[in-house]
Ligand binder design. Structure first.
Ligand code: BES
Ligand code: ZN
Length: 633
């Protein structure tokens, strides 16, 4: 009897586990943010005010965050916020009448990626309030994943420290306790106290002429998602670029930045003409030290930019066009969750290409389209099929590692496909209606699809239907009729790579003087796999790739150097790894070394020497890749 019972129980347990699993699978909700603990269906934040001291000695921000909250569910008792490595002190509830009461709080279980939920119990006295303030005293940890604390020697000037934030995707919670999900939009205000000689800037109403007094006030009156909260403090100065545009940088980089980004105002003017009004007031750039982990980050009113764009010839400014374009796609109309990231990044990559085309002409944008298409084709070889959809299922893993070129290049190609199908005029009309309709809102892929369906697909003249679009959004790979970017100048460069490799032409005959850096990148990528290393030496001697000032050429060249084990250039390769900290420029070089069958240990040794200069996120990403890389055959 006992045996039988326990068998029955076992079977029942097994069955219920199966049911739970299928239920869990069925219950996947594309509109839910699986990367936040916040109970946003019960409470939402409307405004954030910060009062923070920036302490470079302790490497911490400390002070107070006050969240203006609204209760949506009258039965709700606990507020759950996102945090990571935050030290929380006193928590109070500010009642509408002006009184305040202490609230109890506790931390829930920590998750390696998502951080730690902070659960605040609403005290009895606050039970009846719909709108109230939640005030938290807190300090950040020196290892906050959002903040990089730079000692003076890692800045251009070498005399002052600097700190900057990178909140996307889910790092805002490591410098502010909040509902860290793009589903919630907040306005914010801040008082920031710094050492008196330094300037603080934020993703808000920066005042280029603010006197340096060690206390700065900010206001961001437009509601933004938490991943767009941003701060930087350092020896930063401002120079105007245009009427509404300018650039902040350390004084050592200011002149070069003014030259490189001189077209920013023109980009803004063209963007308004095509996509509709710019809704954010000023648009400035902040050029950061080399450790900034990305090419750029679209913090509203103040894009953060890598100094690796300072090539001296404006050849890499598509990143600025990209970050500016996010002022529409992303900052104005925001992806509901990281699973809809293509709505931010793919749409922005498409808008970026449109800006590049009006300002720099079709040849240049064709080159850029081909290069990103090539990167996409390479990625499609390695990304698992279920993650090749523009909007796949996403409920686990790290949103920072998610998608890459799928969101960007496949997304861009999809919008190009729509433009081709409906014609530019009609598609532009659709785009401005889209930005207008969803301005300051957060939407899912499904909502986009419905809007597209109503606006364009259902028209009698439409040559494509909902099923065609669903294939782009939800299926792996590329549809048969996907656009195939091509560029005459890149084809020439590719043909010359073959001719040169076959000794049909000499190194001196390669017309590099007339080539764009993009053509150079394509030339390097087109060199045959079996080219002997003495020919690479010839090329390097003739064209000086190892000494290039252009970070994209350097990236492409050193990936090849590592793949082909062209050891004479290893010293310069290491210099490249020490010079740049932007993930895109260094990560694939480390990976190529680690995977060439011989140099994993060398890659680890180079990383050990360089890593102190890297951003915590870049450092963690490379460390993980080099730990798991297998030693060569
Ligand atoms: N928003 C991204 C950067 C980002 C994405 C940070 C995901 C964290 C998680 C930014 O707009 C971007 O796309 N940067 C690119 C620029 C490029 C595609 C022009 C980059 O950094 O390379
Ligand atoms: Zn982007």
């Amino acid at each position: 009897m006992r045996e039988k019972l326990s068998l029955t129980i076992l079977v029942a347990m097994f069955l219920s586990a199966c049911v739970e699993k299928t239920q869990h699978e069925d219950a996947y909700d594309p509109a839910r943010d699986y990367f936040s603990f916040a109970n946003t269906e019960q409470f939402v934040t409307q405004h954030l005010s910060l009062d923070l001291v920036v302490d470079f000695d302790a490497r911490e921000l400390r002070g107070r965050a006050t969240l203006a909250m609204r209760k949506l569910d009258s039965a709700a008792k606990d507020i759950v916020l996102d945090t990571r490595d935050l030290d929380i002190g006193n928590v109070r509830i500010l009642l509408p009448g002006g009184e305040s009461v202490t609230a109890d709080y506790q931390f829930g279980d920590s998750d390696r990626i998502k951080g730690t939920p902070l659960i605040v119990g609403l005290p009895e006295a606050a039970a009846a309030a719909t709108d109230f303030g939640l005030q938290l005293e807190y300090r950040t940890s020196p290892t906050s994943t959002a903040l990089q604390w730079l000692p003076p020697k890692l800045t251009a000037g070498g005399k002052h420290p600097m700190v900057f934030s990178q909140s996307q995707a889910i790092h805002a919670r490591s410098w502010v306790p909040l509902q860290d999900t793009p589903a919630v939009r907040i306005t914010y205000g801040a008082t920031i106290r710094t050492p008196p000689e330094l300037l603080a800037v934020m993703s808000a109403d920066n005042d280029p002429l603010a006197p340096r007094r060690g206390e700065y006030h900010f206001d961001m009156p437009q509601p933004i998602p938490s991943y767009l909260l941003a701060i930087a403090v350092g020896n930063i100065y401002f120079a105007p670029l245009g009427e509404q545009t300018g650039v902040y940088a350390e004084p050592e980089l200011l002149e070069a930045s003014v030259f490189e980004f001189a077209d920013t105002q023109e980009m803004l003017d063209q963007a308004e003409r095509i996509f509709g009004p710019y809704q954010w007031g000023r648009y400035d750039l902040l050029v950061l030290p080399p450790s900034f982990p990305y090419g750029g980050m679209e913090n509203p009113r103040l894009s953060f930019i890598t100094p690796s764009l300072l090539a001296g010839d404006r050849s890499l400014v598509s990143v600025v066009a990209h970050e500016l374009a996010h002022s529409w796609s992303g900052n104005l109309v925001t992806n509901a969750t990281w699973r809809d990231g293509w709505l931010n990044e793919g749409m922005t990559s498409y808008l970026e290409s449109r800006l590049m085309e009006v300002i720099y002409g079709e040849d240049r944008v064709d080159e850029e389209r081909v290069l990103s298409y090539q990167e996409l084709l390479l990625d499609l070889e390695t990304v698992p099929p279920d993650m090749q959809a523009l909007a796949p299922r996403l409920d686990v893993g790290d949103p920072d590692d998610f998608q890459g070129t799928i969101h960007y290049s496949k997304g861009q190609l999809f919008l190009q496909y729509l433009e081709n199908a409906f014609g530019r005029d009609e598609f532009d009309h659709f785009l401005s209606a889209y930005f207008d309709t969803f301005a300051f809102r957060t939407i899912t892929t499904e909502r986009f699809l419905d809007f597209l369906d109503e606006g364009l697909l259902q028209a009698e003249s439409s040559t494509i239907g909902r099923a065609d679009v669903e294939e782009w959004l939800f299926q792996p790979g590329l549809p048969e009729d996907a656009p195939r970017p091509s560029s005459r100048t890149l084809e020439d460069a590719k043909a010359l790579a073959a001719d040169w490799a076959a000794r049909k032409i000499d190194t001196a005959d390669i017309p590099v003087a007339s080539w764009s850096p993009q053509a150079m990148v394509h030339f390097i990528n087109s060199l045959p796999a079996d080219l002997p290393n003495d020919r690479l030496a010839e090329l390097d001697e003739g064209l000086g790739f190892s000494d290039t000032r252009n970070a994209e050429i350097g990236r492409t060249w050193f990936i090849q150097v590592a793949k082909r084990r062209f050891t004479p250039a290893y010293e310069k390769l290491e210099r490249h790894l020490n010079r740049f900290g932007r993930g895109r420029l260094i990560f694939p070089v480390y990976l190529a070394l680690a995977e060439n069958g011989k140099d994993l240990e060398l890659a680890r040794a180079m990383f050990a020497k360089a890593r102190a200069t890297y951003h915590p996120l870049t450092d963690a990403r490379i460390a993980r890749a080099l730990e798991t890389a297998r030693t060569g055959s």
